[in-house]
Design a protein around this ligand. Structure first.
Ligand code: MN
Length: 134
């Protein structure tokens, strides 16, 4: 069976290693990038089912990358989940406006993380549980 491809964009090596390990255990094919240029170069090679996008990146921010991706018809249907350490009032709106399908707060809960990802993947382009009104 073909593996579902996920691209992780994350500049923190420890977070990247953790998220990659957890998702590889779940059987996903993982691609990684630590900044915008690398992310775009991976996306020239494949269209993943889902992108986990760290928002705070050196140089071009995760939100800027997402906005650029959504302007390109090739990338319009990829589910994009923002990963952010801050989720203050207004951030959710900002992320949705940029074209995210949902977001996950850091630190990542490795126990519930696989289910969260599976649920985002099973949904047809709509918001996930982390976007439910609070
Ligand atoms: Mn970061």
């Amino acid at each position: 069976m073909e593996q579902t491809a996920i691209l992780i964009v994350e500049d923190n090596p420890l977070n990247l290693k953790l998220v990659k390990a957890v998702l590889e255990l779940e059987g996903y094919q993982i691609w990684t990038a630590t900044q915008a240029k690398e992310a775009f170069s991976v996306l020239e090679q494949l269209i993943p089912a889902l992108i986990l996008m760290d928002i705070q990146l050196p140089g071009v921010s995760g939100l800027d990358i997402i906005q650029q991706l959504r302007k390109d018809s090739r990338y319009r249907d990829i589910r994009i989940i923002a990963i952010t350490a801050y989720a203050m009032k207004g951030d959710r709106e900002k992320m949705l406006l940029a074209g995210c399908d949902g977001y996950i707060s850091k630190p990542i809960d490795v126990v519930s993380f696989p289910d969260t990802i599976a649920s985002f993947l099973s949904q047809k382009k709509c918001s996930g549980e982390s976007l439910s009104p609070t």
